[in-house]
Design a protein around this ligand. Structure first.
Ligand code: HEB
Length: 747
């Protein structure tokens, strides 16, 4: 039924079609071309609400209790198109929520449930998300009823929470406020593989998958598969295979080795910001509910939604095995029900995990799974009240018993179920909210009072804010503090530009640039930073002697802003109200993920094994939520401000360093200027202007502005004779934008 997939109905291949964006494109001709598309995603062009709609405000007015009641009713309101196992959709919906949030990864803060991306490819079609198209469709009436006040993003996560509550589990709370996006998020690197469930690329830098170690073909000459313990998953990926949220349930690369599987679990859940205890709690808690689906061999299952036929209306995985649903459903191809009460919270999962010994078996679909060595038939059948079965587990479940660290934790919970409840409630809440950013973004009546360390909390403002005249005198003092203006600028930039729009962590608020680990990052030049901070602290202590107070965080930003103002000759907006976090309020380990490998704006860093310098630049700009004009104007402007991280003159294409001007663009575009690589790394360049005699040096960060056609087109605008004012205005507004990226308290 799917032989038409990818083919044009009138016989033309898509690439030949010359309407609606068809045809062979730049991306086909030059696959390695630098792409800027991620800098123009999710604009008013794709969003039916345009620019002005404030979703969080809308959510505040929702009938929250009514919504929760509707969700509870739906839990047991089995629908013919996809009947509920055991008469309750709870397990199914928990899986939907978990898969929504579980794509989050600490490395770049991308993925996660914050934008409703499960509606779009590739996630809507990932093998691991099989049949969740039905879960989302079950929610459609509720989405349409609550409309603008309820995003899909919030709905996916709230539904899992309500499912837990309806099955007798007390959750830690819930916060709404996640606005939907209306196009696929292209910024997430899911891996380099071209096949579903492949993992040939993500491990090729370190240790490869098990197949290459000879485990699959029994080739003893290859390394032993215990080597998997050291296999090295590419950053920032969070899953062991393309198209999985985390790990293969059958074991690494499908091999039912529970101990090796524990290693993959530890790595991938670690990338999800979960420690051993949180990881075990999530798996135990989650698999207390529901079942897996593998009624028969998977050959009868059709294409995923994104490859489906037009008449399927967004549904995929059509299954022709009998009626293809209910007892005949095929999702993962595994056929396991963990507990005797799959629609009620209990400690049965751990009770059975330890009560029984387990042996390998094949599911009806031929997948590796485990069955208890017992005659106890205590597990209900999802649709036949008269049928009973033996307890079963996945390889990844057995991992919680065979791995010594997980075993210690789970045995404790076996004896102390209350501790499991507490751990699962907290880990589940963290899973759903980890990428929401500060509490000031959270809305709804169920926000927990207790503040968790992973929120990166900052203290509340407990003092009157500085006035305009205070600001004026503080600026003078900062500029007279003995710190170079360029250093005030790089310090403010270093603080503010640690922000990532992906998970809304980092930023200047909290002044965490003073704390571990940020104060020791190479990009922040630790020795110089210490001196700068000491000078700023002096300004603070002078000021705070009076009746008023100012925070270091505000002063760091104000110092940079004062220096920009002086260099630009125009006034630059400053919004006070930041506060200073303590080291105790800072999870130093989790902040290591924010450390930049490169920062093109400060001309820091070069290509890494798989990412070219200029790709890092675009990536950084994306994390700073910059458009391509903002990228260009900031980079060029900062060069004339002499704001390189190491005070080098790379890209400082001006005779007046320290004065804000469009000289960078004017000189870069001068046709008399010729560049050549200054060494074999192809990272550093020397330029000679044979007309003026000027000699410059530059990096790939600088030269890409002149070589990439779209960046160059923007540079031409800022180099134009009539655009000096526009340049200054755009630079200043981009600067202010970066300084205030984390100011959700005033947005
Ligand atoms: Fe899970 C289901 C795997 C974790 C929750 N899971 C499931 C399945 C599988 C899995 C394969 C089946 C699907 C079908 O349907 O067929 N998981 C898994 C793995 C892991 C996990 C491998 C890692 C180790 N889970 C998890 C978590 C959670 C969960 C963490 C939460 C928290 N799941 C779940 C649920 C279910 C599942 C609830 C059921 C669903 C239904 O019922 O439908």
């Amino acid at each position: 039924s799917n032989q038409n997939v990818g083919k044009c109905p009138v016989g033309l291949d898509n690439k030949e079609a010359n309407f609606g964006g068809g045809g062979t494109k730049n991306n086909d001709w030059w696959p390695n071309d630098l792409k800027l598309n991620i800098l123009r995603q999710h604009t008013a062009q794709s969003n039916p609400f345009g620019e002005t709609f404030n979703y969080a405000e809308a959510f505040k007015t929702i009938d929250y209790q009514g919504l929760k009641n509707d969700l509870k009713t739906l839990m047991t309101d089995s629908q013919d198109f996809w009947p509920a196992d055991f008469g309750h959709y709870g397990g199914f919906f928990i899986r939907m929520s978990w898969h929504s949030a579980g794509t989050y990864r600490v490395g770049d803060g991308r993925g996660g449930g914050g934008q409703g991306q499960q509606r779009f490819a590739p996630l809507n079609s990932w093998p691991d998300n099989a049949n969740l198209d039905k879960a989302r469709r079950l929610l459609l009436p509720i989405k349409l009823k609550y409309g603008n006040k309820l995003s899909w993003a919030d709905l996916f996560l709230l539904t899992g929470n309500v499912a837990l509550e309806d099955m007798g589990f007390k959750t830690f709370g819930f916060a709404g406020g996640r606005p939907d996006t209306y196009e696929a998020d292209e910024s997430v690197y899911w891996g380099g593989e071209t096949t579903w469930l492949g993992n040939d690329v993500r491990y090729s830098q370190g240790h490869p998958g098990m197949a290459e170690h000879g485990v699959l073909d029994g080739d003893k000459s290859k390394k032993d598969h215990t080597d998997i313990h050291s296999r090295d998953l590419e950053e920032p990926l969070g899953a062991s295979h393309m198209g999985l949220i985390y790990v293969n349930p059958e074991g690494p690369d499908g091999i039912p080795d529970a101990a090796a599987s524990a290693q993959d679990i530890r790595t991938t859940f670690g990338r999800m910001a979960m420690n051993d205890e949180e990881t075990a709690a999530l798996i135990v808690g989650g698999h207390t509910f529901g079942k897996t689906h593998g009624a028969a061999p998977t050959e009868t299952v059709g294409k995923e939604p994104n490859a489906g036929d037009i008449h399927q209306q967004g549904f995929g995985w059509a299954n022709t095995y009998k009626d293809g649903k209910g007892p005949n459903a095929i999702t993962s191809g595994l056929e396991v029900t963990w507990t005797s009460t799959p629609t009620k919270w209990s400690n049965h999962y751990l009770e059975y995990l330890y009560k029984y010994e387990w042996e390998k078996e094949k599911s009806p679909a031929g997948a590796n799974q485990w069955v208890a060595k017992t005659d106890d038939e205590i597990i209900p059948h999802a649709f036949d009240k008269n049928k009973k079965q033996k307890p079963r587990m996945l390889t990844t479940d057995i991992a919680l018993r065979v791995d010594p660290a997980y075993e210690k934790i789970t045995r404790r919970w076996l004896e102390h179920p209350k501790e499991l409840e507490d751990a699962f409630a907290r880990a589940w809440f963290k899973l759903l909210h980890r990428d929401m950013g500060p509490r000031t973004r959270w809305v709804g009546p169920e926000i927990p009072r207790e503040v968790s360390i992973w929120e990166d909390p900052v203290p509340e403002v407990d003092h009157e804010l500085v006035t305009e005249s205070d600001i004026t005198s503080l600026k003078k003092e900062l500029l007279a503090s003995g710190i170079e203006p360029a250093t005030l600028i790089t310090t403010a930039w270093g603080a503010a530009a640690s922000f990532r729009g992906s998970d809304k962590r980092g930023g200047a608020n909290g002044a965490r640039i003073r704390l571990e680990p940020q104060k020791n990052w190479a990009v922040n030049q630790p020795k110089e930073l210490e001196k700068t901070l000491a000078a700023i602290e002096k300004v603070q202590s002078n000021f705070n002697k009076g009746s008023k107070k100012v925070s270091i965080a505000d002063l760091i930003v104000l110092g940079g802003t004062a220096a920009v103002e002086k260099a630009a000759g125009v006034s630059v907006k400053f919004t006070p109200g930041r506060t200073d976090a303590t080291q105790e309020q800072t999870d130093a380990q989790s902040f290591t993920h924010l450390q930049p490998f490169t920062d093109g704006f400060r001309n820091f860093g070069t290509s890494t094994a798989r990412v070219r310098t200029e790709q890092w630049l675009v990536d950084k700009a994306h994390l700073l939520t910059l458009s391509s004009p903002e990228l260009v104007v900031l980079l060029g402007g900062l060069r004339t401000l002499n704001a390189n991280w190491d005070h080098s003159s790379h890209g400082v294409l001006t005779k007046n360093p320290g004065k804000l001007s469009n000289d960078f663009f004017v000189n870069l575009l001068d046709t008399n200027l010729a560049w050549k690589p200054s060494d074999e790394t192809n990272e550093f360049f020397e330029g000679f202007n044979h007309k003026t005699g000027d000699k410059w040096t530059g990096t790939r960060h600088d030269l890409v502005i002149g070589s990439h056609p779209e960046l160059r087109a923007i540079a031409e605008v800022y180099a134009s004779a009539d655009n000096k004012e526009r340049f200054t205005k755009d630079f200043v507004s981009a600067w202010t934008k970066v300084m205030d990226l984390d100011r959700f308290d005033v947005k």
